[in-house]
Design a binder for this molecule. Structure first.
Ligand SMILES: Cc1cc2nc3c(=O)[nH]c(=O)nc-3n(C[C@H](O)[C@H](O)[C@H](O)COP(=O)(O)OP(=O)(O)OC[C@H]3O[C@@H](n4cnc5c(N)ncnc54)[C@H](O)[C@@H]3O)c2cc1C
Length: 407
């Protein structure tokens, strides 16, 4: 009888990386990638950036050409949604009725959008941006739309707002909290981005959730919680995601707002690993549990997960990093700066090129860099090495941070 394959569920960044790493690490047995979507694994970040703007075509989003899957003997099954995991039988069941036995299993099921919950949220033409299909649908509607409402002042909502303004649409952006990207950045960065978007003509409504959406003869009427109303052509919501951990939980794996994994990306079943947006994990660098939604986490955790599948468990100890492109401004984040008890500005906000370094108990914990990539790279290195720097040092632009990092 043929040996059962290693099976990876989820054809996103993490799932593809697990397959890639398994082959690089020398696993030469059968390997199956079960992917719910109809497209081969692709990058999501451009979906709210260049792809949405029409500056990039879908083929450019794919991580690998189809020949890669053949060459590496990765059996990619598209439109194959796993509905159940039978751990006793070591078998997964798919929505199309097929079953696949596994020798070892990797979960890379990612996350899905959190839908709006207000009256009118079920109107068919409210847009979200998670999948290629979502972004294609929004992109196709933009030429026929002049007025957008964006719900959510996080990264994705702001990126969509920036693209829409660049394309000349009017944009109203609603954020229920009193500042932008509040979960991830400090008030200084939030304020900078609020001014940036207002400067580009976004009607930014902070501390203003939406109460209802109604269809009108000419579009959609957005009623906000403060009593305002605006008619638009398109509503785009970016209010966060929910981890896809249901099949793991139903199979009895420990889940806590994500599939719980240890520093080696192992779930509570020794034969099952998990990586990416779907995991609630111990991050060795942060020395705490967290759920991260980033390319860095998906890639680095997937590498650890692949090694664990092969029994070589290097722990996951990586500095988290992230980026966001809005207009011609690149925000790069290193570490986890929130919460912090001290911060130091390098450069000036007025120049549009600055970094805010964050400290906790006298130690550097992160930095947000705006159009200042060298600071970002230096910060990542300082954090990875645990090099001590002071707030006075980082605030002094004459001090070469990379030099300090190099030691
Ligand atoms: C619009 C957008 C912009 C972003 N921008 C950035 C950015 O600038 N920088 C950054 O670092 N990160 C960004 N991210 C986040 C980053 O893309 C994600 O963190 C990363 O894609 C996570 O990869 P993943 O493989 O864990 O999950 P996903 O990419 O969500 O992939 C999971 C896959 O598993 C499939 N799946 C789920 N359940 C099943 C099942 N039961 N059976 C089969 N398949 C299943 C899903 O359909 C999906 O294709 C962005 C995300 C989006 C949506």
């Amino acid at each position: 009888m043929a040996a059962a394959p290693y099976v990876v569920i989820g054809g996103g960044q993490a799932g593809l990386q697990i397959c890639d790493s398994l082959r690089r690490l020398g696993y030469d047995g059968p390997l199956v990638l079960l992917a719910a979507e109809s497209s081969p694994p692709y990058q999501r970040p451009p979906l709210s950036k260049k792809f949405l703007a029409g500056d990039l075509e879908a083929e450019r989003l794919y991580f690998r050409p189809s020949s890669w899957f053949e060459k590496n003997a990765v059996e990619l099954r598209l439109e194959c949604t796993v509905t159940a995991i039978d751990r006793a039988a070591r078998r997964v069941s798919c929505a199309d009725g097929s079953v696949v036995d596994y020798a070892r299993l990797a979960l890379a099921t990612g996350a899905r959008i959190r839908p709006l919950a207000c009256p009118g949220a079920d109107l068919a033409d409210i847009c979200y941006v998670r999948s290629l299909a979502d972004s294609e649908a929004l992109r196709a509607r933009l030429p026929g739309a002049a007025r957008l409402a964006v719900v959510g002042g996080g990264f994705i909502g702001l990126e969509v707002a920036a693209i829409a303004r660049t394309l000349g649409k009017s944009v109203v952006l609603y954020e229920g909290l009193d500042r932008l990207m509040a979960r991830a950045v400090s008030p200084t960065i939030s304020d900078y981005y609020a001014a940036l978007h207002r400067g580009h003509g976004v009607d930014l409504r902070l501390g203003c959730g939406i109460a209802a959406i109604e269809r009108t003869r000419h579009g959609l009427l957005v009623r906000d919680a403060n009593g305002g109303e605006v008619e638009v052509d398109i509503v785009v919501a970016g209010i966060g995601v929910v981890p896809n951990d249901e099949i793991a939980a139903a199979a009895g794996l420990e889940c806590r707002g994500g599939i719980v994994v240890d520093a080696q990306a192992r779930t509570s079943d020794a034969d099952i690993v998990a990586a990416g947006d779907c995991t609630w994990h111990y991050n060795g660098f942060l020395a705490r549990e967290i759920r991260l939604e980033s390319v860095q986490n998906a890639v680095d955790q997937a590498k650890v997960a692949a090694a664990s599948l092969l029994g070589a468990g290097e722990p996951y100890v990586q500095v988290p990093w992230f980026w966001s492109d809005q207009y011609d401004v690149k925000l790069q984040m290193a570490g986890i700066g929130m919460p912090h008890d001290n911060s130091a500005l390098r450069g000036t906000t007025a120049s549009g090129s600055f970094s805010l370094f964050y400290f906790r108990d006298g130690r550097l914990v992160g930095a947000d860099s705006v159009n200042r990539p060298a600071d970002h790279m230096a910060c990542r290195r300082l954090l990875a090495q645990g090099t001590m720097v002071t707030a006075a040092q980082v605030a002094d632009s004459e001090v070469d941070l990379m030099q300090i990092a190099r030691g």
